[in-house]
Write a protein that binds this ligand. Structure first.
Ligand SMILES: Nc1ncnc2c1ncn2[C@@H]1O[C@H](COP(=O)(O)OP(=O)(O)OP(=O)(O)O)[C@@H](O)[C@H]1O
Length: 309
């Protein structure tokens, strides 16, 4: 478990991470989302003791990471896939990591096989492609068989097969009861991989909820209801307008925002209105995320490309 209490990091005048209170629990994949510059990497670096908090604390199972006798056996992390000695072979890079943590060298070949780079283990790590480098980084994170795993943008540069492999790996690590904390900008991928989502913007917590709850909270989730009789449509529309955020008519259909399908069905029943369709059309995680972070995007771009010309 990772516990953040009032975690804050300031760089001069600017606040990168702003009083974060958060618990990241075992047995599930927690996605860590936020616009560029939101403070995700800084938070992960503070958890690993690579950056010192200005205020507050980041604890790993109740202690600062550095106080664990075998750090790689507690937390395995991939923060920057390029952070390795470019002339060292992939295997030697892992052997050096293993030795510094008292991990048997036999484990190196095991993790190289696990991530699918065993055949090129003798190659210079600096000559690895972006995707192979990511796999090697993941191998490093798995080396100490840790209870907690943190990945900063792990699918960056991976081909579709690799992306799927990372998804399955994370799901299986969480199913084994481990804590998996992963940052990503790929919403469709996070929708498939994560159980829980933590969203931050400008260093502050915006949401900490199960994926389904984040999506359900979006105003883009609507209920489509098809009514064959005109009179029935009008009656239902009037009743729904009183409690919905929005009701839109489209021929024999109403599109309702802010009222769940169960409630729409109950109202239709009470009013004696016959229905031919009652469907919830869920927002995508991307839509929900865009809505949540609309006020926190620091590095926005012109929506109209022609405005740049
Ligand atoms: N060493 C540093 N010195 C000064 N400012 C820094 C430093 N490291 C990060 N920052 C600033 O802190 C803020 C948070 O950066 P951080 O890299 O943690 O964001 P992020 O959410 O990981 O972004 P991205 O999605 O772009 O990777 C940014 O405004 C960044 O410019």
């Amino acid at each position: 478990m990772i516990t953040l209490e009032g975690l804050t990091k300031r760089y001069g005048e600017s606040t990168a991470v702003d009083a974060l209170d958060l618990t990241i629990s075992p047995g599930r994949v927690t996605g860590f989302l936020g616009p560029n510059g939101a403070g995700k990497s800084t938070t992960m670096r503070m958890i690993l003791g690579l950056d010192r908090p200005t205020a507050g604390s980041a604890l790993v199972d109740g202690r600062p990471y550095a106080q664990w006798p075998v750090p790689l056996g507690k937390v395995g992390a991939l923060l920057d896939a390029k952070a390795l000695h470019p002339r060292r072979s992939a295997r030697n890079h892992l052997v050096a990591m293993a030795r510094s943590n008292g991990i048997p060298v036999s484990r190196v070949d095991e993790v190289l096989r696990l991530v699918g780079v065993d055949e090129v283990g003798g190659k210079r790590a600096g000559a690895f492609s972006l995707g192979m480098g990511q796999r090697l980084g993941i191998a490093g994170a798995l080396l100490g068989d840790p209870e907690i795993l943190m990945f900063d943008e792990p699918v960056n540069g991976l081909d579709p097969d690799g992306v799927r492999w990372v998804r399955q790996l994370m799901r299986s690590l969480a199913a084994e009861g481990r804590t998996v904390f992963v940052s990503s900008h790929l919403m469709s991928e996070m929708q498939l991989t994560a159980d829980q989502l933590v969203v931050i913007g400008r260093g502050r917590l915006i949401a900490d909820a199960p994926v389904a709850e984040v999506i359900a909270g979006s105003s883009r989730t609507t209920v489509h209801v098809r009514v064959p009789e005109r009179a029935g449509l009008a009656v239902l529309r009037e009743r729904l307008t009183a409690e919905a955020e929005q009701v839109e008519s489209r021929a024999d259909q109403l599109v309702v925002a802010g009222v769940p399908a169960e409630r729409v069905g109950d109202l239709a029943y009470e009013l004696g209105v016959r229905l031919h369709e009652l469907t919830t059309v869920r927002a995508s995680l991307e839509e929900a995320y865009m809505e949540l972070t609309a006020d926190s995007v620091e590095y926005g771009v012109a929506a109209d490309v022609s405005a740049v010309a």
